[in-house]
Write a protein that binds this ligand. Structure first.
Ligand code: G
Ligand code: G
Ligand code: MN
Ligand code: NA
Length: 255
């Protein structure tokens, strides 16, 4: 409860931070983008993980202003990096909670933020978990169509952990599948996970979607996923989520 009261003030007190984790192109190992991940620099408790405050933000509805703040900050940062070096503009991925998705004004909010920050829509990716998409309702489809019409990329986060139906995957305008970390952990060992990861990559390919492997920590996992034809990679093997200054230094030097 105390944390909840503090979280209400965190936004106005400027205690939230966005960290960035790079996404790597499997074919040439270059950075193609970043995922924005929020952190809370609490005045007395120190850095608080989103695992501890996102659920509170979702339960209280604070996720709506908080989510807009993260989206704005991440877009602003992407535009700043692009201005520094526009040879290969990076993409920015932002997590969208089911509470945000369920509001009919989400596409309006995203459009406003794109306009405010000058972020080109085709450089923004919105990540939603399967739970957002699991229910194949007309409202959900309409919401995805509105978002897609803005020109943004739509990704399913933690793919493989929910109860997706293949029917919705075909029906919904989704561009990208992010293979859940749990499948990557035991790649190469004699488990079903290798077959499952490979199946998700092939599923993506047959539906015309790109695939991202999350949670890569070892070279062997990277090599196996590259062999499978996975498009992009993310994980501590390349970089943990880092503050903006450090993330900017991972990018090629400006000319
Ligand atoms: O960065 P980290 O692994 O600690 O994140 C833990 C969880 O918090 C992940 O599931 C991640 O998706 C979620 N998370 C991080 N930042 C955001 C955010 O800005 N919005 C939402 N909805 N979830 C986030
Ligand atoms: O649910 P979502 O995929 O958005 O969660 C992203 C979270 O996963 C981030 O908080 C990040 O810290 C974490 N993460 C990213 N790469 C790795 C990794 O290689 N290993 C582990 N254990 N966690 C990771
Ligand atoms: Mn994510
Ligand atoms: Na994820």
């Amino acid at each position: 409860l105390e944390l909840e009261a503090d979280l209400r003030l965190a936004l106005e007190r400027d205690e939230l931070r966005v960290h960035y984790q790079p996404t790597i192109d499997m074919t040439d190992s270059s950075i193609v983008g970043f995922e924005a991940l929020v952190r809370w620099q609490h005045p007395t408790r120190g850095m608080i993980s989103p695992l501890d405050f996102i659920p509170i933000a979702e339960a209280t509805g604070l996720i709506v202003p908080l989510g807009r703040w993260v989206l704005t900050e991440a877009c602003r940062q992407a535009v700043e990096w692009a201005e520094r070096d526009n040879r290969r503009p990076i993409k920015m991925a932002v997590n969208v909670s089911v509470r945000q998705f369920d509001r009919s004004d989400l596409a309006t909010v995203v459009r406003e933020v794109l306009t405010e920050t000058g972020m080109p829509a085709d450089r923004l990716c919105l990540e939603m978990t399967e739970s957002v998409l699991m229910t194949d309702t007309e409202e959900n489809l309409a919401q995805l169509v509105r978002l897609k019409a803005l020109g943004v990329t739509l990704a399913i986060d933690d793919f493989g952990t929910g109860y997706s139906s293949l029917a919705y995957l075909r029906r919904f305008p989704v561009d990208m599948l992010k293979i859940d970390r749990s499948f990557i952990e035991r790649l190469g060992e004699q488990t079903d996970d290798t077959a499952l990861a490979s199946t998700i990559v092939q599923l993506g390919q047959s539906l015309g979607m790109t695939t991202v492997a999350e949670g890569i920590e070892e070279y062997g996992q990277l090599a196996a996923l590259r062999e499978m034809g996975c498009t992009f990679a993310q994980g501590f093997y390349f970089s943990r989520p880092v503050a903006a200054g450090e993330a900017g230094r991972l990018l090629p030097l400006p000319l």
